[in-house]
Each structure stands twice: as structure tokens, then as C-alpha cells.
Write a protein that binds this ligand. Structure first.
Ligand code: G6P
Length: 780
């Protein structure tokens, strides 16, 4: 670095000096030329007025002046005396060395005394002026004296009778030039110094500064102190470079982590699932095939706001989970293009590569009309199936028109899937969720060689509850087209099998958890979904202490003062039990008043499906309830509930998870609930308590949480107190055990198991059908 600066300074000095010296040289030449021109002009004026006088005296001429300085060879008819007086009169001008007059033969006629020592012979310009009859001007030397000689012919009636020379001493021009050079030298010196200084300062501020900042930032990245996706510092002109470096650093760090993990696992003989292990597994399992995922919600939504194009990641557990799987295996994700700018960024086949900052897989967008979205998504899926499957006491609405749209959209997605898998032999298709109950059968009817699984992300209720759906038979039949149906937990599988038993003609094999219907076997299995949590030791953050500063900064940013803090993160959905949670907080403060002024609960609530009246009203109710409770208790800078009503990114949520004393998950009914697992994954400090509804899928695995019945307000209030007063060792032990569970049962294991199971299914495809699809897939 130092060598670089020396080189930079030397090159700057040399460069600027050369340029300045070049310009100065031209300036000096100009100055010299101006001085000479000026002198020539003055000599000319003097010469011309002198020659007139001389000619007049010469023409009148009689007596000869005797002058010791004038040699005696002057012609007798020339008026030497008069001329001598004349030249002497003119002889005392500035820088004038003298004036001399010669006759036609070059004999001296008159001369100012100062010239007698230096001018011993007639100078050549005078003789040239006499012979050629016009003025001559030249710079010359008289001995050591630099002079300018202007010679003019002297005429009598057009005949040249002699010559006159005006001799100037030009030594002053040289002195002047030396002075200019000296001034220039100092100017160049100061100029070089200032330019070098300013350049160095600019380099320091606009280049060295950002580089140093970038280096610090990259070190923080390398050591895992900040996240790769964290906002880049303002690196000015290096921003594009920094973005590339971040991506590269991320890949390198992932590779290093993977290698370290592999080594650790080999040593420990463990079988933990990582992204890399999943990719290897998928490559082996899929052989030449490809993975296709179908879901309603897309992982990236492009939204235009005036001239700005924003990319939004929706608040969906499904999206969070599947993103890691697609990243690991470069598959294709087929989903509804719901953003207002989605169509702007796709290619001719409605595809684009994502994630936008580091493309790793393809997203195929399917377009729906407003009516289709209204009927299929808002209507049948979210006003019908969602409340049907969640026991949350919101009545499902079944409209025939919605059902029609649901069928149409399932067919539309079938067409998109068939297009995507057209050239793929034995494709593996993972259909997601309650939006596509009919899709498995639709795909299998067209492509029996495809392996199709559907994962149901929400609970499956008991057959009595499901039985109120007028189209339960069609839904169950559509699902049974799949080779594998996955639920989060065993009890959802059991409920499903019971429903199948009651609704359609089939043979349910409870021993192997499968259904045989019309010669097609469907396996039904639990696959508890999870988060992308691997080995935090690899990140070097194990047991990192709880950061009080981070907590107080966070509270300050919310303009609240509190000693204890709780966190809740949900889509604002009636299944999440947010109102019950607020009531429990109120009860807690009533029951344990010493916590008033001390405990604040931060609820991050992403508005969701607000087009549906029930959701729209709920959002207002949640806000009103928070206001009511705050109004009751608030004092000074403290209030019990902070409701942050907007979607937050994962990066924004993490600091809240890390800073919280407890996390409240009080769903009235939930398939899994990934918030609980995300909270645990974030707590590298092994502190913090999870209060978890017993009606979530997660409660089956996370036995060390404080399990509550969210309808039991008192129980939840007591759990809050228990969490805040729990012994640190107890907290740590619980946290360690739960983190171990989700580390071992992470999203990679979920995907690995699901796909392995699906690939192991024996497909009984008739030979002729197989040949046909193989031929069309290979383009024959
Ligand atoms: C649940 C569902 C997902 C859905 C998510 C968000 O987790 O199982 O399928 O994507 O909620 O809901 P939204 O309707 O906004 O996609």
C-alpha cells in the first residue's frame, strides 16, 4: 500500500511537472517574442524619425565636424558635426546602446560615444541596408553584448548615400526571461505540490476510504459478523464491485462451511442434513431428471411503483422453506405471477431466473385473471378450504362459482406443468398445498411416468369437520392421484386416511399408510417441515452472548423503554390467535403488576389476504385491541404492546428474535408454524424462551417449549411470567435441546426425505405408455 502511494506520488509529480513545464515553456517563448517585438517597434520608430533628420542635415550639408571619436576617413561633403550632434541627441533612450552613421562605402560618419568601444567595424546589416536600399533588422552580439541592430538606408533624392544603425542593448530581455523562468519555476513547484495534495486527498476520500470500508465490511462478512444479504455500506463507485464480491464471498463461505461440516460430520459419524448433502442426494435420486415445484405463492414478486421496480419476498412459511430446496438443486418453480410488474421481467416462456441477486433456479409464472384469482384463491382456497382445515371457528364459505374457478385454475396449472415437463423423462413434481388438491390426478392422467407428490402445509381436520365440504369427494380423489401425500404430523395423516375411508371407494392400508384406488397406490406420510438451520458452530458464533445494546437500540428505535421484551411474528390471520395473545398479555400485567412499566411485547404483523372481509376486519380488531390495552396501561415512555403493521424481511425480523426474552406463538390451529423454529434457529446465545400453542404441528417436536392452550388466557399469562422468571440454566437447557431438534430435522432433511420417498415409489406405467412418453420427451 505504502509502495503504491510512493509510486502514485512520483508519477503525479513527474506528470504534472512535465505538463506544467511544457505550458510554461510556451509562455516564456511568448514573453520573449513580445519583448523582442516591442524592442523592434521602438527601434523602428526611433530609426525612422532619426533617418528623416539625418537625411535633412545630409542634404543641406557643408562643414565637417572634427570629433576624436570619428575617424578621419569621413567624406568631406558630409556634415559630420551636425550629424554627430544629431546622433548624440537621440543617443540616451532606454536600452539604446547607440546610433551610428556610415557613408555609402561603409566609412564612419557619426557615432554616439558609447558605441566606440564595441563597434569597430560597420555591422553587416548596415551594409545590406545600403546595398539593398531597405531597412534591415537583426539580433546579434557585439563582443559579449547581445544587441539588436536596426539599419536604415540614408537617401538623397532617391539615391542611397549612406546608412544608419540604431543599436539596442538586449541584455534586459534575457534578464527579464530569467526572471520569468524563476517565477515559473516557483509557480510550477507550488502547483505540483497543491495538485498532488488535492489528488491524494480525493483518492483518500473517494477511493481509499471506500476501499478501507469495503475491506472492513468484507472482513465482517468473512468472519460472519454480518449477513451476506445485509445492506452494503455506501461504497460509492465501488458499489457494483462490492455486490459481486458479496456474492462471491457468500459462495466461498458456503463452500467453506459445507467442507467444514462434511469433515465434522465424517468425524462425528453424524448424519446431519445440509444444503450440499441435499444437492448430492437430489442429483443421485433424480438422475437425469429434474425437480418441479408447484405452488400458488411465488417466491419473488415484482412490483412497480412509478419508475421503481421492487422485488418483494412474500411472508409465507412455504416460500421460506422451499426456497432453500430449489437453491440446492436448480429446479423449476411454477407459481402464480401476482406482481403488477411480473410480466415485465419474464422471457417468452414466462420464465426468469431467481433469486434476482444470485440466480440459481427457474421461476415459471402462470397468469390468472382477476375473476380466477377471486374465485380460486380468495374464494375457494381461502374462504373455503382454509377455515375448513383450521379449527379456528371461522365458518367456511363454499360457493359453486368459486369451486368452478378452483377447478379451472388447477387445469391451468396442469397445462403449465405439462409444458415444463414436456421434454423431461420421469420428472419429479412436488405440488404444494391446498390450492392444488386436484392437480396431482390431472398431471398423472397425462403423464403417468411423472412422480407426483403433494405436500399439504395446513392441518387436515377429522372426517366430520372435512365432511361439510360439498366437493370433498372430488378433492380427495384429486389428491389420491399423487404417488405420495405429505402432511406435517402423523395425526393429519390419520385424519386424512379416515376421510378417504369415508369418502371414496378405496383400500386403506393402515399398516403401510397407503391408499389403493383404481390400481394406483398413494403413500401417506408425515414430513415435519422446518427451517434451513444447519450447524451454527460453523459460523463461529456459538454461545455468543446476549446483546443488551442491540436490545436497547431496538427499543429506542420503537420509542419505548422497557426492561423485558417479547416478540410475535405472524401474518395477520385469525388462525394465529393474535387477539388471544394480546388478552394474555393484558391478563399477565393485571395478575403480575410488578411487570407494568417493564414488559413490552412487539407484535410484527404482516397484513394478509385483506381483500377478504374477515381478514380486513381482523386487522382493524388487532389494532384496536393493542390500542385499548396500551391506553389502559401505558405510562411515560413505556407501553405494553408495539404493533408493527407491515411485512418485515427476514433480515429485519432477526434482531427482534435475538433481543427478545420470549417468543409467543399462540396459533389456534397451525399445520407446523415456522416462526417458532426460526426463533430457535436465531438464538445462538441459547437464551430466550419459546411459548408455543399446543395446537401447532411444531408442538409435537418442540417439547421443551412452554406449551399453552391459547384459548386459556390465564395459562398463557402464567407462561409469560414463567418464561421471564425461568432460571438461566433451565432456559439454556431447553433452548439447547430444541435447537438440536431443529438442527437435526431441518428443511434439507424434510426435502431429502420427501424426495427420497417419492423416488422410491414403484411406478406401474404400462410399457406402451412409457415408450410413448419417453419418445416424446426425447423429441422423437
Ligand atoms: C400458509 C399456507 C401457504 C401460504 C401462506 C401465506 O402458510 O400454507 O400456502 O402461501 O400461508 O399465505 P398467502 O395466501 O399469502 O400465500
Amino acid at each position: 500500500m505504502r509502495l503504491l502511494s510512493v509510486r502514485l506520488i512520483v508519477s503525479l509529480i513527474l506528470g504534472i511537472t512535465l505538463v506544467s513545464a511544457g505550458f510554461s515553456y510556451y509562455d516564456v517563448l511568448g514573453e520573449k517574442r513580445a519583448l523582442r517585438n516591442d524592442l523592434e517597434r521602438r527601434a523602428e520608430m526611433l530609426g525612422e524619425s532619426l533617418v528623416g533628420n539625418v537625411e535633412r542635415s545630409w542634404n543641406a550639408g557643408s562643414d565637417i565636424v572634427t570629433n576624436s571619436s570619428v575617424p578621419n576617413n569621413a567624406p568631406n561633403n558630409v556634415p559630420n558635426k551636425e550629424l554627430q550632434r544629431l546622433v548624440q541627441r537621440f543617443g540616451n533612450r532606454e536600452h539604446l546602446l547607440g546610433v551610428v552613421i556610415y557613408d555609402r562605402q561603409g566609412a564612419l560618419v557619426a557615432m554616439t560615444p558609447e558605441l566606440t568601444k564595441t563597434l569597430t567595424v560597420s555591422p553587416p546589416p548596415v551594409m545590406q541596408a545600403i546595398t539593398q536600399g531597405h531597412e534591415e533588422s537583426s539580433f546579434a552580439r557585439l563582443g559579449s553584448v547581445p544587441v539588436h541592430i536596426l539599419a536604415l538606408p540614408i537617401r538623397r533624392e532617391d539615391e542611397v548615400v549612406g546608412g544608419l544603425a540604431v543599436v539596442h542593448d538586449v541584455g534586459y530581455i534575457r534578464a527579464q526571461i530569467v526572471l520569468v523562468w524563476r517565477r515559473t519555476f516557483f509557480r510550477v513547484l507550488v502547483q505540483v505540490f497543491l495538485i498532488v495534495l488535492i489528488t491524494l486527498l480525493i483518492v483518500r476520500w473517494s477511493i481509499a476510504g471506500p476501499i478501507a470500508q469495503a475491506a472492513l465490511w468484507m472482513r465482517a462478512l468473512r468472519t460472519g459478523k454480518i449477513s451476506f444479504r445485509q445492506e452494503l455500506p455506501d461504497l460509492d463507485i465501488f458499489r457494483p464491485l462490492a455486490r459481486e464480491v458479496a456474492t462471491m464471498a457468500e459462495s466461498l463461505s458456503q463452500a467453506r462451511n459445507a467442507a467444514e461440516n462434511e469433515a465434522r460430520l465424517r468425524e462425528a459419524g453424524e448424519s446431519m442434513w445440509t444444503a450440499d448433502r441435499l444437492s448430492v442426494q437430489l442429483r443421485t435420486r433424480l438422475e437425469d431428471s429434474h425437480l418441479f415445484v408447484v405452488s400458488n405463492r411465488e417466491p419473488y414478486i415484482h412490483q412497480r411503483d412509478g419508475k421503481t421496480l421492487n422485488v418483494v419476498v412474500p411472508p409465507s412459511g412455504l416460500v421460506t422453506a422451499l426456497e432453500s430446496v430449489l437453491n440446492a438443486c436448480d429446479g423449476t418453480w411454477i407459481a402464480h405471477g401476482s406482481g403488477n410488474a411480473d410480466a415485465e421481467v419474464v422471457d417468452a416462456h414466462n420464465r426468469l431466473r431467481v433469486p434476482p441477486e444470485d440466480p440459481r433456479y427457474s421461476l415459471r409464472r402462470v397468469w390468472l385473471t382477476k375473476e380466477e384469482e377471486e374465485g380460486y384463491y380468495y374464494g375457494f382456497a381461502n374462504e373455503g378450504l382454509w377455515p375448513l382445515c383450521h379449527i379456528a371457528h371461522t365458518r367456511p364459505l363454499f360457493r359453486a362459482a368459486d369451486w368452478q374457478h378452483y377447478q379451472d385454475v388447477n387445469r391451468k396449472f396442469m397445462a403449465a406443468v405439462l409444458e415444463e415437463i414436456e421434454k423431461v423423462v420421469k420428472p419429479v413434481v412436488l405440488v404444494q398445498d391446498y390450492h392444488f388438491a386436484l392437480l396431482p390426478r390431472l398431471i398423472k392422467e397425462m403423464r403417468p411416468d411423472a412422480r407426483v407428490a403433494i405436500f399439504w402445509h395446513i392441518p387436515w381436520p377429522n372426517p366430520e369437520a372435512f365432511g361439510i365440504c360439498p366437493w370433498q369427494r372430488q378433492l380427495v380423489d384429486g389428491l389420491l392421484g399423487a404417488d405420495l401425500i405429505g402432511f406435517h404430523i402423523q395425526s393429519h395423516c390419520n385424519n386424512f386416511l379416515e376421510t378417504v375411508d369415508r369418502v371414496v371407494e378405496s383400500r386403506v392400508d393402515r399398516e403401510h399408510f397407503s391408499v389403493l384406488r383404481q390400481d394406483h397406490r398413494t403413500m401417506v406420510r408425515p414430513f415435519p417441515i422446518s427451517v434451513a438451520f444447519t450447524d451454527d458452530d460453523a459460523a463461529g458464533n456459538h454461545n455468543q452472548g446476549f446483546d443488551y445494546l442491540e436490545r436497547s437500540a431496538l427499543m429506542r428505535s420503537l420509542d419505548v423503554e422497557a426492561t423485558f421484551m417479547g416478540i410475535g411474528v405472524d401474518r395477520v390471520d385469525y388462525t394465529k390467535g393474535i387477539l388471544e395473545r394480546f388478552l394474555a398479555i393484558e391478563r399477565f400485567l393485571d395478575k403480575y403488576p410488578s411487570y407494568q412499566g417493564k414488559f413490552t411485547f412487539v407484535q410484527i404483523g404482516a397484513p394478509s389476504r385483506t381483500h377478504i372481509k374477515r381478514y380486513h376486519n381482523l386487522l382493524a380488531e388487532v389494532e384496536a385491541e393493542a390500542d385499548r390495552i396500551n391506553w389502559r396501561f401505558r405510562s411515560g415512555k413505556w407501553k405494553p404492546i408495539v404493533f408493527l403493521k407491515r411485512q418485515h424481511s427476514h433480515q429485519e425480523i432477526e434482531p427482534y428474535y435475538r433481543a427478545a426474552d420470549l417468543c409467543l406463538v399462540t396459533s389456534l390451529h397451525d399445520g407446523m408454524n415456522l416462526v417458532a423454529k426460526e426463533f430457535l434457529a436465531t438464538r445462538r446465545d441459547e437464551r430466550g424462551v419459546l411459548i408455543l400453542s399446543q395446537f401447532t404441528g411444531a408442538a409435537r417436536e418442540l417439547r421443551d417449549a412452554l406449551l399453552v392452550n391459547p384459548y386459556d388466557i390465564d395459562q398463557t399469562a402464567d407462561a409469560i411470567r414463567a418464561a421471564l422468571e425461568m432460571e438461566p440454566e433451565d432456559k439454556q437447557l431447553r433452548m439447547q435441546r430444541m435447537r438440536k431438534v431443529i438442527k437435526e430435522h431441518n428443511i434439507y432433511r424434510w426435502a431429502g426425505n420427501l424426495i427420497t420417498e417419492l423416488c422410491e415409489v414403484r411406478l406401474d406405467v404400462p410399457e406402451d405408455v412409457q415408450e410413448k412418453v419417453s419418445a416424446s420427451a426425447s423429441g422423437a
